[in-house]
Design a protein around this ligand. Structure first.
Ligand SMILES: [Zn+2]
Ligand SMILES: [Zn+2]
Length: 361
């Protein structure tokens, strides 16, 4: 018999997520069953429940997680029972145009917002977030959606590598390629924004100006390595210019996903500088820039999807960095919670409090 387990489900649009009894499918060929040990509460999960995104329901939330493989299906080669893994919410197919042109983060076959994978609630199929549905005691996923990590790596660190840390670090290293000596502004200090701050500092940025609407984020920003902290206001571009020889920053990272903050990022960047949008926003939130401004500012505006990374290569590298002490994630985790506490964690996130809440199983 397939096992029952608990998972966090949104039954309908606007409904509060509730812990439900779910039934797992049999593990098929090429699939693995993973017992989840830690799962981070990501802003994309909040977007699934607050109306920013319109996923199908009922939906098992969660996509930033790590756990132990408990069963490997026929033909599985990359892991076996007992392997510690981080989950990958956009596993590349390695065959499409993007994958064969060194852009696996844009894989045409990945990035499914929610799909049915055989898990049932009251006998009916449910959808799972990003093909994972990791706010659950177990998941059944294709083997390409798991990445082996060292046994010595803490579960909560391994969980964060799969979304916040890979996204934030990749935005700095792969997308923007921040050079030593650069000035960097980071707008929005959640788990991803704080990872951008740390990675920018590690890349040798001379100034890392962390920006948030909440003054309470100052200590977190400094723990992540920010050289300056600014509370976001109408005067943001003036405040940044005062810290960057009147020029504006070489790089601004927008880690919120709103038109207003993308505009703010544009204005805090120097002429010829780069704006990297890391936050995922809504389909009807329009960014307005004048044609003259686009020409005259000579700025680059682009997005970083999943850190422009190849998770299969970079998650193990980041795991080594954590274990060697080169990458410290301790300050990122501000709350350790249970599944039932996730709605309260969403409330804290909406109010701009804390960094990552991590569900510990
Ligand atoms: Zn995420
Ligand atoms: Zn592909």
């Amino acid at each position: 018999m397939t096992p029952y387990m608990q998972g966090l489900v949104v039954r309908d649009k606007g409904a509060t997520p509730t812990v439900e009894e779910l039934r797992l499918p049999e593990v098929g060929p090429g699939q693995v069953r993973v017992r989840i040990k830690a799962a981070g509460v990501c802003h994309s999960d909040l977007s699934m429940v607050n109306g920013t995104l319109s996923p199908p329901h009922p939906l098992v939330l969660g996509h930033e997680a790590a756990g132990e493989v408990v069963e490997a299906g026929a033909g599985v080669t990359r892991v076996r029972a007992g392997t510690h893994v981080a989950l990958n919410w956009a596993p590349p197919c390695r065959a499409c145009w993007f994958c064969t042109h060194d852009e696996p983060w844009l894989c045409a076959a990945a990035n499914v917002a929610a799909l049915e994978n055989g898990i049932t609630l009251d006998g009916s199929p449910v959808h799972v977030t990003l093909g994972l549905g990791a706010f659950a005691e177990q998941v059944v996923v294709p083997e390409k959606a798991v990445i082996a990590v060292p046994d010595e790596l803490a579960w909560e660190s391994a969980a964060l590598l799969g979304c916040a840390v890979l996204t934030g670090t990749g935005a700095v290293r792969n997308t923007a390629r921040v050079a030593a000596g650069s000035s960097v502004v980071v707008i929005g200090l959640g788990g991803v924004g704080l990872s951008v701050v740390s990675a920018a500092r590690a890349a040798g940025a001379a100034a890392v100006i962390a920006v948030d609407v909440s003054a309470a984020k100052k200590a977190l920003a400094e723990a992540a390595g920010a050289t300056d902290f600014v509370v976001s206001s109408e005067n943001l571009s003036k405040d940044v210019r005062a810290l960057t020889s009147r020029l504006g920053a070489d790089h601004t990272f927008e880690c919120v996903g709103r038109a207003a903050t993308i505009r703010a990022a544009w204005r805090t960047t120097r002429r010829g500088g780069q704006v990297t949008v890391v936050g995922m926003g809504g389909a009807d939130d329009m960014v307005e820039l004048s044609a003259l401004d686009i020409f005259n500012s000579a700025r680059t505006l682009r997005a970083s999807v999943y850190g422009s990374s190849d998770p299969d290569r970079e998650v193990p590298e980041l795991a080594q960095d954590v274990m060697s002490g080169a990458l410290n994630l301790d300050h990122l985790i501000t709350d350790r919670i249970t599944l039932a506490d996730v709605p309260a964690a969403f409330d804290r996130m909406s109010r701009g409090e804390g960094a990552r809440s991590v569900v510990i199983f």
